[in-house]
Design a protein around this ligand. Structure first.
Ligand SMILES: Cc1cc2nc3c(=O)[nH]c(=O)nc-3n(C[C@H](O)[C@H](O)[C@H](O)COP(=O)(O)O)c2cc1C
Ligand code: SF4
Ligand code: SF4
Length: 266
């Protein structure tokens, strides 16, 4: 199969999934790279048209061993027609459990044909200076591995006479998938003494949970705990200091120090 363009499709509040997808596309060596960013709230209603010939690289983070609910709902709105897809999950050095299998099932439902899969490691959304969890990842080594994966994928696709020749992709995970964590009324808080009301937290929030007016308010039940607002706040006013999350962050930081490496399925 001849390939002259590739589409990157991602839900990536803290950008690690997007970063790895770009490194994979770099390794594929294809000049024409376009993006469908499923992270902003308007992706819940935007019309994506039909995705046909060019292969897609689809990336999402792992939340509780699953594809995040908002990513799943937005992915369900894509329509493909036997379009080759490379499936990628990013996890915070604990485990990816059923997320890659769930992503594969979602891709099949949307009309994609999975040709390869991978699980890469990204800095955990709950990582902080005091409680680092996979801090700084993906790093140069991860980016090089993503590039090599992209090269292997493009060789595989180019070696196919037609897309129907691809054998069914095998990835780990259980189906039915593990239960999701229950939504809770928890969100980051804002230190009003430090906040300059710039609005960045509201603009990066994937679920429109944040409003910036005379103060910053957050609808806890709409917050998916992605920490995009925390990582993008220019003054450090926005912090994830809710006790249940601090407890989880401490557990992760203590018990998942050992570096995990990417898993490739091709
Ligand atoms: C609510 C939530 C749940 C998470 N669950 C997991 C998990 O089950 N396993 C894991 O290793 N990392 C987990 N993470 C960490 C993310 O998968 C990781 O930080 C990922 O790189 C974020 O991707 P992004 O930068 O594209 O948003 C979780 C993060 C959040 C916010
Ligand atoms: S991004 Fe930070 S400084 Fe800007 S409004 Fe939000 S909390 Fe305040
Ligand atoms: S308010 Fe919640 S959902 Fe919105 S960016 Fe912050 S952590 Fe993410």
């Amino acid at each position: 199969m001849e390939i002259s363009a590739v589409k990157l499709i991602y839900f990536s509040p803290t950008q690690t999934s997007k970063t790895i997808l770009e490194a994979i596309a770099g390794g594929m060596g294809i000049g024409a790279v376009s993006h469908i960013d499923l992270t902003p709230p308007d992706a819940a209603t935007r019309d994506f048209g039909e995705l046909t010939d060019e292969p897609a690289v689809i990336g999402v983070p792992v939340y509780g061993g699953r594809v995040p609910v908002d990513a799943k709902e937005r992915l369900k709105r894509l329509k493909a027609d036997k379009t080759p897809a490379v499936l990628v999950v990013l996890y915070g050095n604990r485990a990816f459990e059923d997320a890659l299998l769930e992503l594969k099932n979602l891709a099949l439902e949307a009309g994609f044909i999975p040709v390869a899969g991978a699980a890469f490691i990204g800095e955990h959304s709950f990582s902080s200076a005091g409680m680092p969890i996979a801090e700084g990842r993906p790093d140069a080594d991860d980016m090089a591995k993503a590039g090599d994966f992209g090269k292997a994928v493009i060789e595989k696709i180019r070696g196919l006479k037609q897309i129907n020749d691809v054998p069914a992709l095998q990835v780990p995970g259980d189906d039915p998938h593990r239960e999701r964590n229950k939504p809770a009324d928890i969100s980051p808080s804002t230190d009003e003494d430090v906040c300059v009301l710039c609005g960045t937290c509201a603009s990066v929030c994937p679920t429109e949970a944040v409003t910036v007016d005379e103060i910053v308010t957050t609808k806890g039940l709409e917050c998916i705990l992605c920490c995009a607002c925390v990582k993008n706040c220019p003054t450090g006013a926005r912090v994830m200091n809710a006790p249940p999350i601090m407890k989880i962050a401490e557990w992760l930081s203590t018990n998942f120090k050992e570096r995990k490496e990417p898993d490739i399925f091709i």
